[in-house]
Structure formats: C-alpha cells, structure tokens
Design a protein around this ligand. Structure first.
Ligand SMILES: [Zn+2]
Length: 238
C-alpha cells in the first residue's frame, strides 16, 4: 500500500486558508527536504466567490506551486463546521493516514466562525488520534494510532499576538503566487486581471511584514501554540 507519511500536515477550514497564512513556512520546509500534506476540511462551497468545483481546481494548482505531496478535501459542511464526533473521526483518519510530526491548523479566534471550530477540531483530533481504542478505518483496514509531536495554529484575518514567528522572506514571492492560484477568490468576473496588488495580497504582505520586523526579516509568518514552545539551546533562536 502507498505510504502517505509526511513531516507536516496542514489543515484548513477552507481551500485557501493554508496558503494565505502558512504557505511561506511550508515552502521553507519543503526546500529543507520535508514533506507536506494539506487537508481542507470543506470544499469552500459557501464562499461568496467561485464554487466547489472551481475551488478544487485552484487548490490543486496551488498545491503544485508549493510542491505539496498530498492534498485532500474532507467534505465537511462549509459555513456549518461543528466539532462533533463525525468531524473528529474524519480528521483523526487523516492524522493517522499521514502520520505527521507537526500539525498546522486554523487560527484559534477569527472573523469566519469556521476557523476557530476547525482549530479546535484539528487540535482535538491530533490528540485523539493517539488513543489506540479510538478505532478508525482507512480502506477497510483499522488504522494504527498516531500522535503528532506538536500542533501549531497559523494566524488569519484577526490580529493575534504570535507565540513565535518564522522568517519567510525568501519565499514571499512564491507564497503570493500560490495565493493567486485561487483566482475565483479575488472576485468575479475579473479572474483574468493580475491581482498581485489586490487588497488580499497587500493584507498578507503587511501582516507578514509586521511579524517579520521584530526578527529583522522582511516577512515572517506567526503561529500560536497551546503549550510552551521548547528549544534545546539559546542558539536555535534568532
Ligand atoms: Zn477560511
């Protein structure tokens, strides 16, 4: 059977959440030789622009730009996400399928109500996936338990004080390219217009510039974590 094992699994409530908030970090780790999977909880079918089919194609194009190894959509209801057993089982199945060391997921508090729910769903599923008696099946076979080492929340529309930031300066252009792959999200019917100076891109760049400033980087992405961040020594910090 094909091995789906990756180093990082990034969950997003909607198909462009991961790109807008964590694409730089994913690009950086892929350049280091790490492998990444993205699991979109919904197909983004309730968004004001585009539709599920269009957004699926855009998600594939963005994943190709980033060099993501696997991407799947878990088909939970967009705009109506709930942290319930059915949803948790889908996410636990994904965690056990990809066996990531690190899980990235939505912001803990944000404008779109799906984001905070997705954040809790992903964090809960990452813990529960480590419980042997919690049974899930993949292709009819019982999955082995797996618990990621850490869960980090990326930051989206609302400003949240990050617990740590990662320099993504060298990957900013490629990140913008990946976000722009979601053409429908820039409004219709102007999909052919170059959106590199659109409000969304300017917002992403300015947020990443603020997070970068304190570490003397042009751009950084910020994350929060529920537990302390631990490092082995002072010199791993910049
Ligand atoms: Zn979203």
């Amino acid at each position: 059977m094909e091995s789906y094992k990756v180093d990082i699994l990034a969950f997003g409530a909607h198909p462009d959440d991961v790109e807008c908030s964590a694409a730089g970090v994913l690009l950086k780790h892929i350049a280091m030789g790490k492998t990444v999977a993205i699991a979109d909880l919904t197909e983004g079918e309730t968004g004001n622009f585009g539709n599920a089919e269009k957004r699926k194609k855009e998600a594939k194009a963005a994943a190709d730009i980033l060099g993501i190894k696997f991407r799947e959509q878990l088909s939970l209801p967009d705009g109506a996400l709930e942290n319930n057993e059915a949803g948790r089982l889908k996410l636990i199945t994904a965690v056990r399928k990809y066996r990531p060391e690190i899980v990235l997921c939505n912001a803990i508090h944000d404008r779109h109500p799906d984001h905070a729910i997705a954040a809790k769903l992903a964090a809960d599923a990452s813990y529960l996936a480590g419980l042997k008696k919690k049974v899930t099946l993949l292709n009819g076979i019982i999955q082995d338990a797996w618990r990621p080492k850490a869960v980090y929340h990326y930051i989206q529309d609302f400003y949240i004080e990050p617990h740590f930031v990662i320099d993504i300066t060298s990957y900013m252009d490629k990140k913008v390219e990946a976000v722009m792959a979601f053409k429908s999200q820039f409004g219709e019917p102007d999909e052919k217009i170059n959106h590199s100076n659109s409000g969304l891109i300017r917002h992403i760049k300015s947020t990443n510039a603020i997070y970068g400033k304190q570490i003397n980087a042009d751009y950084a992405e910020g994350f929060t974590v529920d537990r302390y961040v631990g490092v082995n020594d002072f010199f791993q910090l910049i």
